[in-house]
Design a protein around this ligand. Structure first.
Ligand code: FPP
Length: 254
């Protein structure tokens, strides 16, 4: 990634005040992309990593502050062992190779999900990159690794109950803000826009609570083919929407 500060003017095609601050991606279609070319699924994931780097770079250049990527779901554990191992290797390589870019551009890496499940070397690479970038605050890259919303909620409830039992949290119904601090996404703003590629119209256990007021954008493009133009289209669509957060349109426009 070139240095963000040294990047030429790069217009997302919509006014800055209509841009989402946080965009989350459900990167789908790597397998179908590979199959259509007579390649094995791994080739699709490999090409997907190239798209990851382009999308992250373009998003930050456009002025988006936080990007979340759904890289590996808890349910993905049930894929064939060789595909899981290949994805783990790919993630470790990606983190190792991308860390200098993250440091150079002062991008904070956050990981959501239960990383205690990850192979030891992958977990170590993740922890190292997270700790070396934790002082940065301008841009944040969030990678969902062995993540599912239901798993996150169960872990949060369990940690919260432990604190209530220990007397460090009050009994009774907590405020949303208090509970949200127990989620993996504590301190990260909710996604303004969630983009899913490959024509599938579902959330697949991704950020179910954080998506309460997110806007959704679905496109048919398979993840390896998702381009800067596709991103611009999604951003233009987002910019045309009126977010009401339960209020009336009149209240929002007033
Ligand atoms: C879904 O496509 C994609 C995944 C389960 C993995 C996503 C991983 C990457 C893009 C590469 C690694 C990620 C990072 C952050 C470096 P699929 O395999 O379900 O596609 P299909 O539905 O066409 O089979």
């Amino acid at each position: 990634m070139p240095e963000i500060s040294a990047m030429p003017d790069f217009s997302p095609g919509v006014p800055a005040d209509r841009l989402p601050a946080h965009v989350a991606f459900i990167m789908d279609g790597n397998g179908r992309w590979a199959k259509a070319r007579g390649l094995n699924r791994f080739e699709g994931h490999l090409r997907g990593v190239k798209t990851v780097m382009e999308v992250v770079e373009n998003s930050f250049r456009f002025g988006i502050k936080t990007v979340t990527l759904y890289a590996f779901s808890t349910e993905n554990q049930t894929r064939p062992a060789e595909e899981v191992a290949a994805l783990m290797n790919l993630l470790k390589t990606f983190i190792g190779e991308y860390l200098p870019d993250l440091l150079k551009n002062e991008v904070r890496l956050r990981v959501i999900g239960d990383i205690s499940w990850l192979p030891e070397d992958v977990g170590a690479a993740v922890k190292n990159a997270v700790s070396r970038t934790e002082k940065f605050s301008g841009h944040t890259l969030v990678v969902a690794l062995n993540y599912s919303s239901r798993d996150e909620i169960l872990r949060a409830v369990s940690a919260y109950a432990k604190d209530v039992a220990a007397g460090t949290q009050a009994t009774g119904t907590p405020s949303w803000e208090t509970f949200a601090d127990y989620l993996d996404t504590a301190g990260i703003s909710d996604p303004d826009l969630i983009i899913r590629t490959s024509g599938e119209l579902r959330l697949s256990n991704f950020l179910l609570l954080q998506a309460a007021y997110s806007e959704f954008y679905f496109c048919d493009t398979l993840w390896p083919d998702f381009s800067k133009e596709d991103l611009k289209k999604a951003l233009a669509d987002y910019a045309s929407r009126e977010r009401r957060f339960g209020k009336t349109g009149e209240q929002i426009r007033r």
